[in-house]
Design a protein around this ligand. Structure first.
Ligand code: ZN
Length: 157
């Protein structure tokens, strides 16, 4: 990252969420659970979601919790993911996922191309570290599997 201010913030946020993860607990009776594994780093993440019904058959994420073991980036990113999508509609969660994924995998895009990513923007620096992208994406791919009620373990290929 050329912008050293964002780089400092990145360190700070990853340390904060890595050592004090938000929503790091399993739900008692979730509507869906998904498991994720990143073989490149050994990170594992489980995500539980409870949904509520909105109009027109849509759903919202009313509760989300995760548990995991792995490097600081995998835990920090999963922690930030839960904060980003809790209380959001599934449609909006899918959109946040798509923007986040694009932000850290597509270096041709500018940070200003994204709206609504908020604090997640500090993770944009991960795009410069290809080996860490899988760590940062693990919780997010697991989120999507939980939304889809996919019982298979998600692997970061
Ligand atoms: Zn990792």
């Amino acid at each position: 990252m050329v912008d050293s201010g964002l780089d400092d913030l990145y360190q700070e946020v990853v340390m904060d969420h890595g050592s004090n993860p938000r929503n790091m607990h399993r739900l008692n009776d979730p509507n869906s659970t998904a498991h994720g594994f990143n073989p490149f780093c050994g990170d594992i993440v489980d995500v539980d979601i409870s949904f509520s019904k909105l109009d027109h058959g849509r759903e919202a994420i009313t509760e989300i919790g995760f548990d995991g073991k792995g490097c600081a980036i995998s835990i920090a990113s999963a922690s930030m993911m839960t904060e980003a999508v809790i209380g959001e509609s599934v449609d909006q969660a899918n959109k946040i996922f798509a923007d986040f994924h694009s932000m850290i995998t597509d270096k041709s895009k500018d940070i200003d191309d994204y709206e609504n990513l908020g604090d997640l923007e500090v993770l944009s620096g991960v795009a410069n570290y290809p080996t860490r992208i899988k760590c940062a994406m693990l919780g997010w791919h697991t989120l999507i599997a939980a939304i889809k009620r996919d019982p298979n373990t998600v692997k970061t290929e």
